[in-house]
Design a binder for this molecule. Sequence first.
Ligand SMILES: Nc1ncnc2c1ncn2[C@@H]1O[C@H](COP(=O)(O)OP(=O)(O)OP(=O)(O)O)[C@@H](O)[C@H]1O
Length: 347
Amino acid sequence: MSTVRLRGVTAGYPGMPVLDCVDLMVAAGTTTAVLGGSGSGKTTLLRVVAGFLAPTAGEVLIGDRTVAGPGTWVPPEQRAVGYVRQEGALFPHLSVAGNIAFGLPWPRRRHRDRVRELLGLVGLSDDVGGRRPDQLSGGQQQRVALARALAPRPQLVLLDEPFSSLDTALRASTRDATARALRASGATAILVTHDQAEALSFADEIAVLRAGTFRQVAAPPVVYGDPVDAEVAAFLGDAVLVPGIAGAGQVVCTFGTLAVRGFVTHGRVEVMLRPEQIRLTPPGAGRVDATVLDIAYFGHDAVVELDLIDDATHHGIRARVAGVAQPSPGARVGLDVVGPVRVFPPT
Ligand SMILES: Nc1ncnc2c1ncn2[C@@H]1O[C@H](COP(=O)(O)OP(=O)(O)OP(=O)(O)O)[C@@H](O)[C@H]1O
């Protein structure tokens, strides 16, 4: 396992700049999820780290070794990096065992014990080894692709949206098996995804990529609870945004006076809270009253759309509540706010 560092990396394609002076540090044995929208440069970043694309500026270090930088270029096959793609890209003519053994150094390709160990590592039984890839489910194929990538004990594993082609149930189980296998192997990993929930649940750190640069790199609870700006907040999940006046650790807004987390700019601000911070009460028993407009029921919880009128201005507010007791559209309810909120300079 190795620490991975990108320092001032700029990269792209002819006439198409993509990454602009990007810095990133992934500590040895940890997983960082690079989260970004379509076309934000996630795959380009992985290609630079793997050695399929040379940066035009900056350097990439894997462990203590510079693998790309001014005057330095280590080809992909000498970087000890495993790569798992969206579709596992298994060799169709080889058995599962043959696919995994393909990832082993040549003299060890006949080592059945290592293949068995790798199957166990990704949560597959021995008898799967004799099957062809087309006799496996999509989730099993992705696990085999991971086993093949882990076979040569790489310093670093790069995962390019490896769960995106799987349905919801298979995605969760394959993701858990992958996380367990990575932890057990001790590999450093970079996962790219555009799925917020996946990034939040899978990684030790999240790096939010927008417009060619990292807007925030931090642990999942920090990027979710303390996003650097309203754009990152909205990218990480549902965000309730209302105007307010801030000062001395608190903010006055349509919900009344609320405690603020983190640094507080004084004066006009945008107040951000998450829908699960809003608790519904009987009318008159909360901080303010609102009218229920609509409810989206998801089983485990429900999202309640509310109309909150403050000083003749209507605010559309979203609350996430437990799925059992929901109000009906048209009902009046009270609203309470749980925990501190975040404030940003007004846009
Ligand atoms: N080979 C290429 N030649 C020219 N432009 C490219 C090439 N590959 C990607 N691009 C462009 O570079 C930008 C970043 O692409 P990249 O594939 O890194 O994005 P991404 O974040 O992985 O997107 P997605 O989530 O849709 O896969 C996009 O605008 C894309 O069109």
